[in-house]
Design a binder for this molecule. Structure first.
Ligand code: ADP
Ligand code: MG
Length: 288
């Protein structure tokens, strides 16, 4: 039978917008000592803005951005939304005859009969192209049209207001490892990690690599150590399932992530993780 205090704990958590799907997850959360975060949309706002446009090979800033925005017509990734928002002209999506996304890489589309791809260096490499070296600490979208490298677009994201305080609160609460996983470039990951004082980060990961990474982290500790994963994307569902406690950002999060999670944060504030942990420990009679 479930002790009555558990209902108090779940109720208390729900009052701050933290939905716990069962008392066992509250119990596990109280013992978590490794917290693994997805970067985009979890530690960072996930709302990007175009910071720079570098056309090449006859493209102009405007025609490069137009190509990218057309290719991103049908993607609901935050990156796609920012590229479309930055293009001020008309976007005629009838020019796009065939499009799709390649998870963790970018998007592809046929535009006016030409094959376009918009994505990271890995995406370009898959098409047989080598991306030029970019030293900037931003997320870079390379644009390839047929066999022409049309240039790259730099987009920037910012960390959430309460992210740094959350990491420091978690450390103060005895969480030994705060880890960030991301599909983004290591330059971006390093900058975010430094800003937030994270213990560890792993960049340029594909969705499958994130599961593998979490499994390694789980295996590196005894069974009594508990690991929580916090994420929001469709791709995060397998990792949310694998962690001892899967926490989804509910407001911007995908249905798949919310479904797979054990705990859902209604307002996407990382600080609610520290608050929920405090409630969990109080419920379990563990002194904070
Ligand atoms: P994260 O792991 O930080 O949550 P994602 O797994 O969603 O990020 O994406 C990883 C990387 O894949 C992005 O940093 C970007 O380089 C590329 N990417 C993903 N979706 C798109 C898109 N719609 N357009 C261009 N690039 C994309
Ligand atoms: Mg993500």
């Amino acid at each position: 039978s479930v002790p009555l205090s558990f209902f108090g704990g779940i109720g208390g958590a729900s009052k701050i917008g933290v939905l716990v799907k069962g008392s066992n997850y509250l119990e596990a959360l109280a013992e978590v000592d490794t917290v693994v975060f997805d970067k985009t949309g979890t530690l960072t706002r996930g709302t990007f803005s175009v910071a720079a446009i570098h056309p090449e090979n006859g493209y102009t800033e405007s025609s490069l951005l137009e190509m990218a925005a057309l290719a991103e017509s049908f993607s609901d990734h935050p990156i796609a939304q920012s590229v479309r928002a930055a293009y001020t002209g008309e976007l005629d999506s009838k020019r796009v005859t065939n499009s799709g996304n390649d998870s963790g890489h970018g998007v592809f589309a046929t535009i006016d009969g030409k094959k376009a791809i918009v994505g990271n260096a890995k995406m370009l490499a898959k098409a047989g192209f080598t991306a030029p070296d970019c030293e900037i600490a931003g997320t870079i979208l390379h644009v390839l049209v047929d066999t022409t490298y049309a240039g790259h677009i730099v987009i920037a994201d910012t960390v959430k207001d309460d992210a740094k305080q959350t990491i420091s609160d978690l450390h103060a609460a005895g969480v030994r490892r705060c880890v960030m996983l991301t599909g983004d470039r290591k330059e971006v990951a390093a900058a975010v990690s430094r800003e937030l004082c994270l213990d560890e980060y792993h960049a340029q990961l594909l969705p499958g690599d994130k599961v593998e990474r979490v499994e390694k982290l789980l295996a590196s500790e005894g069974a009594k150590h508990k690991l929580a994963f916090v994420g929001d994307g469709i791709n995060d569902a397998p990792v949310l399932t694998r962690a001892d406690v899967g926490i989804a950002m509910g407001a911007m999060g995908s249905d798949a992530a919310i479904e797979a999670a054990d705990i859902v944060l209604m307002d996407d504030k990382p600080s609610n993780i520290a608050r929920a942990m405090r409630i969990a420990r109080k419920t379990m009679g563990i002194v904070w």
